[in-house]
Design a protein around this ligand. Structure first.
Ligand SMILES: [Zn+2]
Length: 218
């Protein structure tokens, strides 16, 4: 999974909110010409220019004010389209309404369980089923965190997370982590496997079928 570094004041490089690329940033003071022949530096206003797309971010008192961005990484491209839609909607409201974002992300998790072959109704049941099917332990743990953190967004005080925003941020991260381990990585391995020469694939198939026969008979 590609690490994501959200935009941060005076940071030399971060994932640009315009182009999403992890790129070097050039920091500049912002000047204006308020009715005099001289330029004046705007106090507490700075801009960072992305070396990749040349777009800028604007920072007022160390806080990014343009573009409006929640500092959330983009959704994993292998997520189903409707899940990506919910994720992006949650991303767009994460700063104003972290509780609303967390509710949408819970929905994403249910749908993600569906994409992983489960019913998507009860998270606890889905996790239990996925474990039976040999779910990697990282996903199981991630799903259990989601279950607990998600409940916490409704009933505070059960787990030590700073606030609603912190909880929402964890959910965004976990959804992409689950998608990466559960969907993207197996897909990549499968693509590599399929690219083996046909003769080798046939030999593997013969070996496996042979193994099956011998275990059946003996
Ligand atoms: Zn950029």
């Amino acid at each position: 999974m590609i690490p994501y570094k959200p935009p941060k004041f005076r940071e030399e490089a971060f994932n640009c909110p315009h182009c999403n690329v992890y790129a070097d940033q050039t920091w500049e003071e912002v000047c204006c010409k308020p009715g005099s022949p001289f330029y004046a530096v705007m106090e507490n206003l700075e801009m960072a220019v992305c070396r990749h797309c040349h777009n800028y971010t604007l920072w007022h008192f160390e806080k990014m004010i343009y573009p409006e961005d929640s500092g959330v990484q983009p959704p994993n491209p292998d997520l189903r389209d409707d899940i990506k839609g919910d994720y992006l909607e949650a991303k767009s409201i994460a700063n104003k309404s972290p509780r609303g974002a967390a509710a949408l992300l819970r929905l994403c998790i249910q749908k993600l369980c569906e994409q992983l072959g489960e019913k998507g109704k009860k998270l606890n049941d889905d996790i239990a089923n996925l474990v039976k099917k040999g779910l990697p332990v990282q996903i199981q743990q991630a799903l259990d965190i989601v279950r607990v953190v998600g409940n916490n967004a409704v009933h505070p005080g059960q787990i030590d997370i700073k606030d609603d925003r912190d909880a929402a941020m964890k959910l965004f991260e976990l959804i992409n982590l689950i998608a990466d381990v559960g969907i993207t990585q197996p897909k990549k391995v499968n693509e590599l496997y399929e690219s083996l020469p046909k003769s080798k694939l046939e030999a593997i198939q013969e070996r496996d079928e042979g193994g099956l026969t011998s275990s059946n008979t003996g």
